[in-house]
Design a protein around this ligand. Structure first.
Ligand SMILES: [Ca+2]
Ligand SMILES: [Ca+2]
Ligand SMILES: [Ca+2]
Ligand SMILES: [Ca+2]
Length: 324
């Protein structure tokens, strides 16, 4: 592993311990729920292909059992989005082993590809079930050694695939990587990462949600793609030298993209991509999808806590960049 990457990861792991990186969405992301629709859902409700894939990384020296917990795995009752009658089935599956997390189809949420690569460790399908409504369901225990060994992602990694098998309702849920089966207790140094993120925005126009891609030394530009944003406010970039650069926002049932240059001063830091709703007419029940690619067209991971901390705009760097 390149020294710089290792240094960044070590700094990150230190930070993850402080911030508690195990909930997904992460605390610093300020996103209320992840979202997956049943296979017969219409894309204009906000899910482009009814598959979400989340990865958890556990430090190589951690050997105790781990649990992956899902909040509100059912589609029904509280938190979820009803279309007609509740008829949606959602399958949550945990994978480990060689090829599970490094697989490009998994990273891309490619539902037609080999996204379910690796060793299936546990799976359960949920309908509309009061037993699991507004409650936690726990997968595990898993031995960390069952995860795929990916040092570039900080250690042993597990993949969680969420598939909307049937029906047309929206399933909202959250996840937590825990040391306990019946409580959310963080694993020191563990964190989550993902390449394509599908979630529910807040209804409240005062809430700002975030994602945090890390800019490594080879990234010179970032192309962002977002789906079904319904023109719900703006998306902007804050970094050490960007003070709110706008990204193109999609309307109903469409993709929009925009490409943004990376400055040298941003290497080794994270971008804070902020999703700022219109305060006056905030949309309700807005489900969205976003992903990022570097100049080679490679998907960029983003992290449940920002590597290196939340970036702050530094006036002196920003002005220097602009006048160059
Ligand atoms: Ca329905
Ligand atoms: Ca529910
Ligand atoms: Ca749910
Ligand atoms: Ca939407």
């Amino acid at each position: 592993m390149k020294k710089k990457v290792l240094m960044a990861l070590l700094a990150f792991i230190g930070l993850a311990e402080i911030a508690g990186a195990q909930p997904v969405p992460g605390a610093d992301e300020n996103i209320p729920f992840l979202m997956t629709f049943g296979k017969n859902g219409q894309t204009e409700w906000g899910d482009d292909n009814c598959l979400q894939v989340i990865f958890f990384s556990i430090p190589s020296d951690y050997t105790q059992p781990i649990y992956i917990r899902i909040f509100d795995p059912d589609a029904g009752g509280q938190n979820d989005e009803l279309n007609g009658a509740w008829n949606t089935k959602t399958r949550f599956s945990v994978y480990g082993g060689v090829g599970s997390c490094s697989n490009k189809d998994a990273q891309k949420c490619n539902e037609k590809g080999d996204f379910d690569s690796g060793t299936l460790l546990a799976t359960k399908t949920f309908g509309s079930e009061p037993t699991y409504d507004n409650k936690w369901y726990t997968f595990g225990p898993f031995n960390p050694s069952e995860g795929e060994n990916l040092p570039e992602y900080g250690g042993r990694t597990f993949k969680i695939c969420v598939e909307g098998l049937s029906g047309d309702d929206g399933n909202m849920y959250r996840m937590f990587l825990s040391r306990k089966s019946d409580d959310n207790i963080k694993v020191d140094g563990a964190f989550a990462y993902y390449f394509k993120y599908k979630f529910r925005m807040y209804d409240n126009g005062n809430e700002i949600s975030h994602i945090y891609p890390y800019i490594d030394s080879k990234v010179v530009s970032i192309k962002q793609s977002n789906f079904d944003w319904d023109n719900d406010g703006m998306i902007r970039v804050i970094s050490v030298c960007k003070n709110g650069i706008p990204m193109k926002v999609s309307g109903n049932d469409e993709w929009q993209t925009s490409t943004h240059k990376v400055d040298d001063a941003e290497k080794g830091t994270s971008w804070d991509i902020q999703m700022v709703k219109f305060k006056n007419k905030p949309l309700k029940n807005n489900n969205v999808v976003i992903f990022l690619e570097n100049q080679y067209g490679e998907l960029m991971p983003f992290y449940s806590v920002p590597i290196g901390g939340i970036p702050k705009y530094k006036y002196t760097i920003g002005v220097k960049q602009k006048t160059k």
